[in-house]
Design a protein around this ligand. Structure first.
Ligand code: NDP
Length: 280
């Protein structure tokens, strides 16, 4: 079984980013990371994204607000960042605290700066198969792993476990756009094991530690694990029991070191694409 390493995919995306950057003059594009509160997951994602932007030669600024900021105050601050001409793209860490209406923010964000595909405009484009917008970075990261490793998608049976608007659904649409025959599974799916076993490309985005083992994997399948979970020993793990795949899957992404490493590279790519669009 071949281990599909996120770092290798990320390095290829870096080359693409630098190629686009080479065609641009002036200051590097700037990413605004918006964080409300001190959730450890958010802080860790912010750190990873900040490091990646620096590594790719891009500017980044974090905007941090207290967890108890009011809806009105947050919207006013958000709008300032949204309208700031020095900000090329925005990553808003979610979920936001309950007092803030996230839907309103999704409607407010400038689709041209919406690097993680949360605005209705970008979501509609993903569902319409229109590539001119920004898809959610994680969903696109899965596609990058497949494409950069030259894994055939067209005509393949792809199964996506998970139907969230952040990962499962947009990923299913991106696979469909590439002519895969796509099945989406969720908690009400009756024959999950059989359905997964029939997949030539199996994408796990359920958020359940090691829930898919070799019994869910057909011979020679490509397994992409989006899950980021903590196992019973407090160790980071995916939705897939990676060790059990040997002798079953042909290729698989590990956790950590798989899709997660590619997500921030896609964010960087979206940032330079936003910059290029604005300056063309
Ligand atoms: P959600 O909890 O929003 O969605 C999980 C989905 O999986 C739901 O559609 C749910 O079904 C389905 N599901 C859960 N349990 C089962 C089960 N036992 N059988 C079948 N389907 C199941 O999670 P997200 O989509 O936000 O995230 C999914 C995973 O991806 C998480 O581990 C998260 O940490 C990770 N993630 C990784 C990122 C990365 O960069 N690598 C970025 C974002 C997320 P139903 O709709 O019926 O409830």
């Amino acid at each position: 079984m071949v281990t599909l390493k996120g770092a290798e995919v990320s390095a290829k995306i870096k080359e693409e980013v630098q190629e686009i950057l080479g065609t641009l003059s002036g200051e590097a594009p700037k990413l605004a990371i918006i964080r409300v509160g001190e959730r450890p997951d958010d802080i860790s994602y912010e750190k990873g994204a900040t490091k990646k932007m620096g590594n790719f030669g891009l500017r980044v600024q974090s905007y941090v607000f207290p967890a108890d900021i009011s809806d009105t105050q947050f919207k006013a601050e958000f709008q300032k960042i949204n309208e700031d001409p020095d900000v090329t793209g925005i990553l808003m860490l979610r979920p936001l605290p309950k007092q803030i209406c996230e839907k309103d923010i999704e409607n407010m964000i400038d689709p041209e700066k919406d690097l993680d595909g949360i605005s209705p405009v970008n979501i509609a484009k993903v569902f319409a198969g229109d590539r001119s917008g920004f898809a959610p970075c994680t969903a696109e990261a899965v596609m990058e792993v497949l494409k950069q490793n030259e894994i055939e998608i067209s005509g393949k049976r792809a199964v996506v476990v998970g139907r969230s608007m952040v990962v499962g659904r947009p990923l299913a649409m991106l696979l469909l756009k590439e002519n895969a025959t796509v099945t989406i599974c969720h908690t009400r799916t009756k024959d999950l094991k059989e359905t997964c076993r029939n997949a030539e490309i199996l994408c796990a985005a359920a958020g359940k530690a090691k829930m898919l083992d070799s019994e869910y994997v057909g011979d020679g399948a490509v397994v992409i694990d989006v899950g980021i979970n903590v196992d019973e020993n407090g160790k980071l793990c995916g939705d897939v029991d990676f060790e059990s795949l040997e002798g079953h899957a042909s290729m698989a992404t590990p956790v950590p070191g798989g899709v997660g490493a590619v997500t921030t590279a896609v964010l960087a790519k979206h940032l330079v694409q936003a910059w290029a669009k604005r300056n063309n």
